[in-house]
Design a protein around this ligand. Structure first.
Ligand code: ADP
Ligand code: ADP
Length: 228
């Protein structure tokens, strides 16, 4: 899916305590691109990601997903939008502790009319020999692989990742980024990643830098071409 954000404005707080945290964001992400959002803490990255993901409301502006405006939908429409189009990955994996790897992924399968083949997905994630283990038997990196599988199983048009390597060491972070690159090539999902991890610049098709609620830099990495 492709995405276009126009003059997006977001405030937090009320009346005299009102703070403008997104100050007119314009940006676009093409179908199949990996886009990375960089910028200091507090610059508005998570807020932007959450608004694109339909889990926070915007105050002004428009968001088009495959040409359809989603910024002014009611909560029922938004919930359908999320269910049909989005996968979320967070810093902390939020797996269900008493379900196995395979079961954690299966619980999201029913949400889709066209889910991915679970066994093939688990192999792609590199979790085949761990598929019957529970989250507390897995390393952080393995848990994040499972969380990525859960987000991907319904084959969403857009995958949103908020600090997916934030709790992992350098080597494991690299593996997770490589996995994201691999699934992007295999499933062609449009992927947006909020991160502090500079290593990601080498695999992102598009890099956007936020500062104080504004996009201060936006460029494409010409060396890599999106899957389609
Ligand atoms: P980043 O992801 O770049 O660290 P955030 O989007 O989390 O930035 O936050 C942007 C600004 O909005 C910060 O100043 C933060 O404190 C503020 N903020 C974020 N969420 C809320 C909220 N729910 N209520 C009030 N202020 C918030
Ligand atoms: P991140 O590093 O991912 O940006 P934050 O620590 O900024 O995470 O925010 C974590 C959560 O807390 C987010 O859901 C954000 O909306 C909320 N939040 C951030 N700042 C504030 C704030 N000043 N008041 C209320 N909620 C906030």
């Amino acid at each position: 899916m492709y995405l276009e954000v126009r003059n997006l404005v977001k405030y937090y707080g009320e009346e005299e305590n009102k703070v403008k945290v997104l100050k007119g964001i314009d940006c676009s992400v093409e179908k199949g691109q990996i886009c990375v959002l960089l910028g200091p803490s507090g610059s508005g990255k998570s807020t932007l990601l959450n608004i694109i993901g339909g889990i926070e409301e915007l105050d002004e502006g428009e968001i088009f997903v495959d040409g359809k405006e989603i910024g002014h939908m009611n909560s029922k429409e938004l919930s359908l939008y999320r269910r049909n189009n989005l996968g979320f990955v967070f810093q902390f994996y939020n797996l269900v502790p008493n379900l196995s790897v395979k079961e954690n992924i299966e619980v999201c399968e029913y949400l889709s009319k066209a889910p991915l083949d679970i066994d093939d997905l688990i192999k792609t994630l590199g979790l085949w020999e761990h598929k019957d283990k529970f989250p507390n038997q897995l390393s952080g990196g393995q848990q994040q692989r499972c969380a990525i599988g859960r987000a991907l199983v319904k084959n969403p048009g857009i995958l949103l990742c908020d600090e997916p390597t934030g709790a992992l060491d350098y080597a494991t972070s690299k593996e997770i980024l490589e996995l994201i690159e691999k699934v992007n090539k295999k499933y062609n999902n449009t992927i947006i990643i909020v991160t502090h991890n500079d290593a990601i610049k080498n695999m992102a098709h598009k890099i956007m830098k936020l500062h104080d609620g504004k996009v201060i830099k936006e460029y494409e990495n010409k060396n890599i071409v999106p899957a389609k």
